[in-house]
Design a protein around this ligand. Structure first.
Ligand code: TYD
Length: 211
């Protein structure tokens, strides 16, 4: 069976992820691909319930280990119910956040270390993205771009937390240059879009070379 293409988007708050994900959908649809859009945490009925628990700011007593396991549980469900079947059907899956979010936020941000990869490799099996777009933006700039007042449980963290997350992403990108495309998200929307589309063109070329 033809395998599809799995793309994830990553970054800290305010890096412009939603805007660029919408362009990504257009990019593949306009080229005739069958595209499945999804997001984390969530993307399935069970996952959306877990998302509510994760983001509810009244859950201030949630331990870091509990948090990490709920993100992983939502991810296991998303892989089983949406991602794996779509890839087996040859579709393009575009996911707003995936396992790198857990490494950045829970391993680096919360300081849970290697346990996060271990739990997550059990949750996702061999379903790793073919390409991950990391929108690289200084978290302080991201925060000022959003200017939000009603913040969820994660958004309420202090700026030091977001710098740990950000540095985690940068380490991940450095360690996985073949999978992760770091894009300078400080540029204009069109500049960022062009850089991302160049990464899409590279992955499409690589896939057609492999066939
Ligand atoms: P969401 O509103 O989807 O944020 P964003 O628009 O920034 O993607 O909320 C998801 C939050 O959960 C976000 O703050 C990042 C965090 N998160 C983790 O901490 N670990 C994870 O594994 C995932 C997927 C998200």
């Amino acid at each position: 069976m033809k395998k599809g293409i799995f793309i994830s988007f990553e970054g800290t708050d305010g890096a412009g992820k939603s805007t660029q994900i919408a362009f990504a959908e257009d990019y593949f649809k306009s080229r005739g691909y069958d595209v499945v859009m999804t997001r984390e945490p969530g993307g399935t009925p069970i996952g959306e319930k877990l998302r509510e628990i994760l983001l509810d700011k009244s859950n201030s007593e949630m331990s870091s280990v509990t948090e990490m396991m709920i993100y992983s549980a939502a991810r296991a469900q998303l892989v089983a119910e949406v991602i794996r079947p779509a890839l087996e059907a040859g579709q393009v899956v575009i996911c707003d956040r995936f396992v790198d979010s857990s490494i950045a936020y829970q391993a680096f941000g919360r300081g849970l270390g290697d346990a996060v990869s271990t739990v997550n490799s059990f949750a996702i099996g061999d379903s790793m993205p073919d390409l991950t777009v990391f929108l690289d933006l200084d978290p302080a700039i991201g925060r000022s771009r959003i200017g939000k007042t009603d913040m969820d449980r994660l958004e309420q963290e202090d700026i030091d937390f977001f710098y740990r997350v950000y540095n985690g992403y940068r380490e991940l990108a450095e360690a996985n240059p073949d999978r992760i495309a770091s894009v300078n998200a400080a540029g204009t929307v069109d500049e960022v879009r062009a850089e991302i589309e160049a990464a899409f063109a590279r992955i499409l070329r690589r896939i057609s070379d492999d066939e």
